[in-house]
Design a protein around this ligand. Structure first.
Ligand code: FMN
Length: 445
């Protein structure tokens, strides 16, 4: 086989009986129940006497898994845990996860249909390699150049119903890139990349079936997609995380926020900050009030002025406590995350809607209500920044010298600084968060 992935199987693939542009999808009947160690290439070869150069064989992953010994006995949930690298979304018992292969699918593809009770079938370890092996086996037996797709059924987040998709492929151009071509009106196509392998897998599913015992189909009439080399496989269909606008599932969103204390020097997009502040403004608040305010320090001069004046106030406090200059120098180093942040947001509380009571107890409760509402707003802010890919570090600093910070920032009357949030692009991944057992934090009455 040639190493050139763009080289097609050539004109010998023009199938008699198939007119130009016509595609036929043929079910492959007569395959036996597949067990571990089965020679799939031999079985499929025997069942497809009419297989031709340029055909594309679509093979349900279930039989590939069975042949590869991926049928397991035991707890389905435990197998899903083992196959998943990330939970994307969860509703009730249903879990959408990213598998080790990078596929996003329900239950990590761990399936208990079409297998003996008490057993589950896991996806092939490397579906592209499975497709390549099957293709090599068919070529060795028959001398034919065919494409092979290993297919599996997936739901789609925005569409009802499932379709089959290519989770493995060999000898096939998986994507047809139309970008840069002109349409019939002369408009340049800018984004169109056809997921050919998925389209073929879905077409094949029309004649295969979970209940009809037809796990293989031949798609004939698309020889232009069949390549001499194995090619990039179905891995090419996995959207890179950085291009994925929906990367975070509902289960990920809250965990995405981590305290980040080291930032790159990349600037922060003011529009992202504005969106995050809009999210902060959805926090609950007492008395139907809107007590949240934000000072956004975009300029280095504003940040330095605030940090220098807070530092002086902190040092004065520590001197008052009797610390030595060396001890003071060590302590104030803790303020450094803010120095390294390319942007600072100072969340402020404007508690003008707080009710006044004649007694201290109720006034304190009133203050606490507004303070917790501010906490909710800041959490929203930090989560929204994380969704934008921005790290943040909410530090106490301004809370301990509110008049100094308010003066340094020339805040409007009544704005009480509630700490400071350093914002920037994280310089490193956060350490894994410790698992916390809700039972340890909960009493149930
Ligand atoms: C009100 C408040 C004040 C904080 N002050 C500081 C601080 O002064 N310096 C700091 O490094 N982190 C500060 N933090 C961040 C915590 O240290 C951080 O939340 C904790 O380490 C847990 O990490 P995580 O946020 O990634 O879950 C503060 C957090 C809160 C809520």
């Amino acid at each position: 086989m040639s190493a050139d992935p763009t080289q097609t199987a050539g004109p010998q693939t023009a199938s008699p009986g198939v007119a130009g542009g016509q595609v036929v999808v043929l079910p492959v009947a007569g395959l036996p129940e597949i067990g571990a160690g089965a020679d799939l290439a031999a079985l499929i070869s025997d069942a497809t006497p009419d297989l031709r150069d340029g055909d594309i064989l679509v093979v349900t992953s279930k039989i590939v898994s069975k042949a590869e010994g991926r049928v397991m006995s035991g707890d389905r949930e435990a197998f899903i845990d083992a196959e998943a690298v990330r939970t994307v979304a969860r509703r009730g018992q249903t879990r959408i996860v990213t598998t080790r292969h990078g596929l996003v699918m329900a239950a990590a593809g761990v399936d208990n249909s079409n297998t003996a009770p008490g057993t589950v079938v896991l996806l092939p370890v490397d579906p592209d390699a499975s497709a390549a092996r099957l293709r090599a086996g068919l070529e060795a037996r028959r001398g034919l150049t065919v494409g092979v797709i290993v297919s599996d059924t997936m739901g789609r987040p925005w569409r009802t119903g499932q379709t089959d998709t290519a989770i493995g492929a060999a000898g096939l151009t998986p994507l047809r890139d139309h970008r840069g071509q002109a349409d019939t009106f002369g408009n340049l196509l800018e984004v169109t990349v056809a997921a050919v392998a998925d389209e073929i897998a879905a077409a094949a599913d029309l004649v295969k079936g979970k209940t009809t015992q037809i796990p293989v189909a031949i798609v004939r009439g698309l020889p232009e997609f069949v390549t001499a080399a194995d090619g990039p496989g179905a891995a090419a269909l996995i959207r890179p995380a950085e291009e994925d606008m929906f990367r975070l599932g509902t289960a990920d969103v809250l965990a995405e926020r981590r305290t980040v204390r080291e930032f790159t020097t990349d600037p922060v997009d003011p529009a992202a900050v504005r969106r995050a502040i809009a999210a902060a403004l959805t926090a609950p608040a007492p008395h139907h009030s809107e007590p949240w305010r934000f000072a956004v320090l975009e300029s280095a001069a504003a940040r330095t002025a605030l940090l220098d004046q807070m530092l002086a106030a902190w040092q004065a406090d520590l001197r008052g406590d009797g610390f030595t200059e060396e001890q003071i120098a060590r302590r104030v180093r803790r303020g450094e995350p803010l120095r390294r942040a390319p942007l600072i947001i100072v969340p402020c509380l404007l508690a003008e809607a707080a009710h006044e009571y004649p007694d201290q107890r109720r006034n304190a409760a009133e203050r606490a209500m507004f303070a917790v509402s501010m906490g909710a707003a800041v959490q929203n802010l930090l989560v929204a920044l994380a969704i934008e890919g921005l790290g943040s570090c909410w530090v106490s600093s301004t809370l301990f010298c509110q008049p100094v910070a308010a003066a340094a920032l020339d805040l409007p009357p009544g704005w009480e600084p509630m700490g400071a949030v350093g914002v920037g692009h994280p310089a490193a991944a956060a350490r894994p968060r410790p698992d916390r057992d809700p039972d340890r934090f909960t009493v149930t009455r």
